[in-house]
Ligand binder design. Structure first.
Ligand code: HEC
Ligand code: HEC
Length: 103
């Protein structure tokens, strides 16, 4: 089989897409929000409107936790309890975009 220019382009696209997937999955190492007593309030706030098991499939499928509501609590408490941020910690608002809730 002869590999011509267009085949190389095709191969390059596949390699690029694979690389992107590997790159994205590597970023999932950020520590999740611990599911303990201290963090209970953030879980409760975010999931307070979770549709019950008898809600319609539609409602459950489109439910989004209230992350912005929960993030209000993060920084004040961490400051008060003296939980250190690592050096070079990224911009500190929107915690939950990086630190995921545990299921
Ligand atoms: C009421 C206090 C309180 C609130 C609110 C709070 N935290 Fe924490 N957090 C702590 C304390 C205390 C620790 C250190 C001990 C521990 O791991 O529980 C901690 C530790 C952490 C850690 C490190 C866990 C680890 O494995 O080392 C992360 C990440 C974190 N918090 C994220 C968050 C985020 C994101 C929010 C907001 C959604 C939040 N916290 C809200 C008190 C709080
Ligand atoms: C842009 C992404 C991003 C945002 C936004 C962010 N963090 Fe982080 N955070 C990280 C990364 C990356 C680390 C270092 C890797 C790790 O240990 O999770 C980290 C580490 C931490 C740690 C130390 C975990 C440990 O014990 O090693 C705490 C605590 C923490 N973040 C809390 C917060 C809180 C609270 C907020 C919101 C006020 C926040 N982070 C916002 C990305 C983020």
């Amino acid at each position: 089989m002869k590999i011509d220019k267009r085949d190389w382009l095709f191969i390059a696209v596949i390699v690029a897409v694979l690389g992107l997937f590997i790159g994205i999955s590597g970023k999932e190492k950020t520590k999740p929000v611990p599911n303990d007593q201290a963090h209970k309030i953030t879980y409760e706030t975010a999931f307070r409107n979770t549709p019950g098991p008898d809600a319609s499939i539609f409602k459950r499928a489109f439910f989004k936790p209230d992350k912005k509501g929960a993030e209000v609590y993060c920084e004040p408490c961490h400051k008060e309890k003296g939980v250190p941020f690592p050096p070079n910690h990224p911009a500190k608002n929107r915690c939950l975009l990086c630190h995921k809730f545990k299921q």
